[in-house]
Design a protein around this ligand. Structure first.
Ligand code: XMP
Length: 255
């Protein structure tokens, strides 16, 4: 089954489109792993997937702690996404993706700034071979996103001036990406990008809560999945908070 379909399946099964960004911090690496596993286990009924980034890979090690988290996520019926923002030359990118897939990740996030040829093409190649997914950045959630993703640039295919993120959205369709990331902090951009992606590429939206993004606004604008970190794991009661966000997001998705 393609990653896109596996995600849809997981979401429908638990009626949740919430992806937990498991970004806990702890100076003690052993405790970081056990706290990450405990958090995942307690919140998992409200999730369709878990997302890790290098903030976890660096202290825990890919084929050590991180692989344990990925295996646990799979045992719990969740998809595992590596927020690698792959962004190097093709040969390096291919090995980076291969390592993450070997560790068990179902999909990686990659940056389209490196382009297709000798950029992301090898990442898509290895993903297809290993039956995994590639999610492409289109517009990031942070304040400075405008300086890169929001620049007006010359579209090298048409020769016309266009915002960078619109070209990235067109690329996501052209490359048959399994997902496109657009920050929940920019619902107008979600709407605009969604009109380009149509139903071909689902939008993954980080930035809920801690970065100021709103669940209902993001989902109604077209976000298919919400990536939520601190708003859940830093809450007084993470399970209660995850339940509330999940129910609200799912209701907004159906409306
Ligand atoms: P918080 O705590 O702000 O965590 O809910 C958000 C998580 O998502 C990551 N992040 C992004 N990942 N594109 C991405 O691929 C983005 O625009 C983006 N913004 C935030 C962040 O690293 C954290 O894990």
């Amino acid at each position: 089954m393609a990653f896109k379909d596996k995600m849809e399946d997981s979401a429908e099964k638990v009626e949740s489109n919430i992806i937990l960004a498991l970004d806990l911090t702890d100076k003690n690496r052993r405790r970081l792993l056990s706290r990450s596993l405990t958090t995942l286990e307690s919140v998992h009924p409200h999730l369709c997937a878990v997302k890790l980034n290098r903030q976890a890979v660096l202290p825990l090690g890919l084929f050590d702690g991180v692989q344990k988290i990925v295996a646990r996520a799979h045992d719990l019926g969740l998809q595992a996404i590596m927020d690698a923002k792959i962004n190097d030359i093709g040969n390096t990118n291919r090995y980076i993706a291969e390592y993450y897939f070997e560790a068990g990740f179902d999909a990686v996030i990659a940056s389209p700034f490196v382009g297709w040829e000798e950029g992301l093409q090898p990442v898509f190649g290895v993903a297809r071979k290993m039956k995994r997914g590639v999610i492409a950045l289109v517009y990031m959630s942070h304040k400075g996103a405008e300086e890169g993703y929001g620049q007006t640039v010359c579209n090298t295919t048409t020769g016309k001036l266009e915002p960078q993120y619109r070209i990235f959205a067109l690329n996501a369709v052209k490359w048959n990406a399994d997902g496109a990331v657009v920050g929940a902090t920019y619902p107008d951009k979600i709407r605009e990008v969604n009109a380009i992606l149509k139903d071909k590429v689902p939008i993954y939206s980080p930035g809920i809560g801690a970065q100021g993004g709103d669940v209902e606004a993001a989902v109604k604008a077209g976000a298919r999945y919400l990536i939520v970190g601190r708003a859940i794991f830093e809450a007084k009661d993470p399970v209660k908070t995850a339940t509330r966000i999940r129910e609200f997001a799912w209701k907004s998705r159906k409306r």
